[in-house]
Design a protein around this ligand. Structure first.
Ligand code: CP
Ligand code: NVA
Length: 299
């Protein structure tokens, strides 16, 4: 494991290694046990899109590991004035020990990994959000103690979060049903990788039936602002609400990567009823990413 670019680069063993390390780091952090595994190391964090959780959890995580994180808005970098990403990558190699990047095209993240010679972590692209998927799996495992054989569903847009959620679940031995409108399915690569472990339906009720894990994300991702009106119409029926939750397993957990739009992809009622686990998931971003950084940058 040299980078974390997308979930399909990981094996089940890689995921287990990350989740076990994350559990250990979470325990140690909660019990005041210091773990300065990255003392003296620097992580450059390039942001081409907004963020709350990703920025704060990576920055706090690096500090807790004894290292340092640099927040770099791409608008302030020479990239915004035309310096090629390749040159930026080669320069960063001379200064820092790892790069986390949040941007639009997955290819940029792949190119950065190729040219920088440094460990690269994908902090969200239009295609993937692997850090979120690891936090999901960590949270699911905390609640059920295992992953294999669980039944998950995803209601809504087959977007970056959905792609990584599906791949993470399938690699971990879970089955997934995605309920989405026609034309909003997960990426073709995800459909291919998941094979018969993934079912696509137009009916959210069919997806939720007997599900152990119910997942959703916003109807409109960053960069899709112009499609807002169309998307609100298209996704109107794809909402996690109390009626839908009656069909899920009685011990089902609800996950959301956040930020949430109450009244759109999830009702306030369901959100509030499951807020404990949803915010555990947000917290687990910190622990899962620290595990990834420790593995990739720890030497
Ligand atoms: N879930 C997530 O990635 O949140 P941010 O956009 O706030 O980083
Ligand atoms: N799908 C959302 C996730 C935000 C964390 C987006 O890309 O904007």
């Amino acid at each position: 494991m040299k980078n974390l670019l997308k979930m399909s680069d990981l094996t089940r063993e890689d995921i287990n290694l990350i989740l076990n390390k994350a559990d250990q780091l979470k325990f140690e952090h909660k019990n005041g046990i210091e773990h300065r595994l990255l003392a003296g190391k620097t992580l450059a964090m390039i942001f081409n899109k907004s963020s709350t959780r990703t920025r704060v959890s990576f920055e706090a995580g690096m500090y807790q590991l004894g290292g340092h994180a640099l927040f770099l808005s791409s608008a302030d970098l020479q990239i915004s004035r035309g310096e090629p990403l390749e040159d930026t990558a080669r320069v960063l190699f001379r200064y820092v020990d790892g790069i986390m990047i949040r941007t639009f095209a997955q290819q940029e993240v792949e190119d950065l990994a190729l040219h920088s010679g440094l460990p690269v972590v994908n902090g969200l692209t239009d295609y993937a959000h692997p850090c979120q998927s690891l936090a999901n799996l960590m949270t699911v495992r905390e609640n059920f103690a295992y992953l294999e054989g669980l039944k998950a569903c995803y209601i809504g847009d087959g977007n970056n979060v959905c792609n990584s959620f599906v791949v993470g679940c399938v690699i971990s031995g879970m089955t997934v049903t995605v309920a989405c409108p026609e034309g909003y399915e997960p990426h073709p690569d995800v459909l291919k990788l998941a094979g018969d472990k993934l079912t696509i339906t137009r009916d959210p009720k069919e997806a939720a039936l007997g599900a152990d894990v119910v997942y959703t994300d916003v109807w409109m991702s960053m960069g899709q602002e112009e499609e807002a009106r169309t998307r609100k119409e298209v996704f109107g029926n794809y909402q996690v609400n109390s009626e839908l939750m009656k069909l899920a397993s009685k011990d089902a957990i609800v996950l959301h990567c956040l930020p949430a739009h109450r009244g759109e992809e999830i009702t306030a009622e369901v959100f509030d009823a499951h807020a404990g686990v949803i915010f555990d998931e947000a917290e687990n971003r910190l622990h899962a990413q620290k595990a990834v950084l420790a593995i990739l940058m720890g030497g």
